[in-house]
Design a protein around this ligand. Structure first.
Ligand code: GLN
Length: 403
């Protein structure tokens, strides 16, 4: 029985200083980022925060070096250097079938993280409802809170991660401003199907709402699963903010270059918000990003094949030691049910894993509005060298199922 969508999460992470603004009192620091620090403290293999431990392609690094030798040391146009906006529009056409005018529809941001926050700040009025499928990437919770949105969480059921059609319909009300989608999905690995996206698009159109869609893992899908941009369905081009970035596709998460493609009026609003938040993303790295966006098809095929191998390596390892796991169709995370090992909750298990086994993961509750819903899960991340994953597999063998 699918649970009904709920209201805003009851986060209780107060900073004991009355000078701190209320809006900050409703969300914690990122657990994902914290786990990277915990991993370092315990000298553990970091399978927590999503970033590669291998080098980016030579060509993008060479392009960045060349850009640093060029005249790109000052601010770019605040909403993005022209070569990058042109490349974004060309790539969106080539891979997604999205028509974007580089002048009217493209806003370059400091990573897709800023694009999502900027999108929310640009469209949400306090009290507007924003539908978020759950489990969800932890940023969307604070994004909703900071923008004043009332988050309506919509369960995706373990282990299929299917959306309940009735619950989806019920989640859309006259107060719905937007749905925040993430496909391929972090943490579940779900790749939304055309029929699911169609159902969502119909509701968005019917309610005059928007879709804000984070497609950062678009090139990381398995078994021929096609990534579909909801902006290409029906009239959705006029109702969708499509977010992406160079971080995951080109293995440069520290460069902080992302973007949004949006209808002109919403792009105009986002340009304002983005300008006053950050002015712009690093100019030379935008120029290098423009080069990367032109990589040949073989680059993307090889990227997906590399990640398929890594997925299988970690998935087999997790299964063979006794986890219950779902096999992701996209992105580079595996949600695992740790309960066969007999720990009280996700934090107790995570603590044991990092201290005794030497592997850092993210506690499942970080992906749920009600922490209780995520207690039996942890998230493993496999953007790691094969040798790192093999070492992790060897360490996992030390785990003992509860008697
Ligand atoms: N998306 C990545 C994750 O879930 C991390 C991104 C980030 O830390 N900014 O781990």
């Amino acid at each position: 029985m699918a649970k009904r969508a709920r209201g805003v999460p009851a986060f209780g992470f107060r900073i004991a200083d009355a000078r701190v603004a209320d809006r900050v009192q409703h969300f914690p620091e990122s657990v994902i980022r914290e786990m990277t620090r915990v991993a370092a403290r315990h000298d553990a293999i970091n399978l927590a925060q999503g970033f590669p431990d291998f080098d980016p392609p030579r060509e993008i690094v060479d392009a960045a070096r060349a850009a640093l030798e060029g005249p790109h040391h000052q601010y770019a146009i605040t909403w993005g250097a022209k070569p990058l906006r042109d490349a974004i529009a060309a790539k969106a056409k080539r891979f997604n079938g999205i028509d974007a005018d580089p002048e009217a529809n493209v806003v370059v941001t400091c990573g897709s993280t800023e694009a999502m926050m900027t999108a929310m700040l640009s469209v949400v009025n306090p009290g507007d409802e924003v539908v978020i499928p759950e489990p969800f990437y932890e940023n969307y919770g604070p994004d909703a809170i900071v923008s004043g949105a009332r988050a309506i969480f919509l369960p995706m059921a373990w282990p299929s991660w299917e959306l309940d059609e009735e619950a989806l319909k019920a989640a859309f009300t006259p107060r719905t401003k937007a749905i925040v989608l993430n496909t391929p999905n972090n943490p579940t690995g779900k790749v939304f199907s055309r029929s699911e996206l169609k159902l969502i698009a119909d509701l968005v159109e019917d309610r005059g709402a928007l879709a804000i869609t984070d497609e950062i893992y678009e090139h990381i899908t398995y078994g021929g699963k096609a990534h579909i941009s909801i902006a290409t369905l029906g009239s959705m081009a006029d109702r969708t903010v499509t977010i992406n970035g160079i971080s995951k596709t080109y293995s440069v998460t520290g460069w902080r270059v992302g973007w949004a493609i949006a209808p002109k009026t919403i792009a105009d609003a986002m340009k304002r918000v983005h300008d006053f938040l950050t002015v712009g993303a690093p100019h030379p790295l935008q120029i290098a990003g423009a080069v990367a966006l032109g990589f040949p098809d073989s680059y993307y095929t090889e990227l997906a094949a590399m990640y398929a191998r890594k997925r299988d390596l970690l998935w087999e390892a997790l299964r063979s030691v006794g986890f219950e796991v779902t096999r992701p169709d996209g992105a580079y995370y595996i949600v695992a049910d740790h309960t066969p090992f007999g720990f009280a909750d996700d934090w107790a298990f995570t603590d044991h894993l990092v201290k005794e086994i030497g592997i850092a993961v993210v506690p499942g509750s970080s992906f749920y509005s009600d922490p209780a819903d995520g207690r039996r899960f942890v998230r493993f991340m496999f953007s790691r060298k094969d040798e790192t994953l093999r070492e992790a597999a060897a360490r996992l063998e030390k785990l003992e199922p509860a008697k």
